[in-house]
Design a protein around this ligand. Sequence first.
Ligand SMILES: O=C(O)CCCC[C@@H]1SC[C@@H]2NC(=O)N[C@@H]21
Length: 187
Amino acid sequence: MTTKDLVLAALFTAIIIVLGFIPPVTLAFIPVPITAQSMGVMLAGCIIGAKRGALAYVLLVVLVAVGLPVLSGGRGGLNVLVGPTGGYIFGWIIGTFVTGLIAERLVHDGQSAIKQMSGFFIASIVGGIGVVYLCGMPWLSLVAGTPFDKVLIGSLAFIPGDFVKAAIAMLAARAVMVGYPLLPAKV
Ligand SMILES: O=C(O)CCCC[C@@H]1SC[C@@H]2NC(=O)N[C@@H]21
């Protein structure tokens, strides 16, 4: 990890916190909000890559753990981390790492715009939706005592918004790739 890596990770932690200023949408049928902060998973993974992106979310979780109100709706504290949405929050770290790994492998300098954008979109869907849901849903079912099939059906409400987030992340990541590439090359 270089100083540049740390600075970029901290910058993305700040961006994720700012995304939290967008008020969350609470749903009656599932105790998990629709939040813009999950778009940070896709943005960080696609723009700064797996390790730096995951570190950005580790820093966010540390801030939450010490009680700072950095989650959407001004929430924070250990109680949130062990609550119904804790699995999604820890899933953000893993999801960002996977998003970054896929983006680093699929997207390179010199590819066509379509190839780069497809790579970012696939990375965002797999890491930012697939992995995050895989971590969040079983945890929610366990902690809230809600049958898994109900959690699964309730989670369908997040899908349209999360696809829009993936499209925004794809466009943003492509713009950064063109103007000021930060994504590490595949090792
Ligand atoms: O702020 C929290 O307590 C965590 C919220 C987790 C929200 C999950 S992330 C994936 C899915 N997409 C959303 O917009 N909301 C859920």
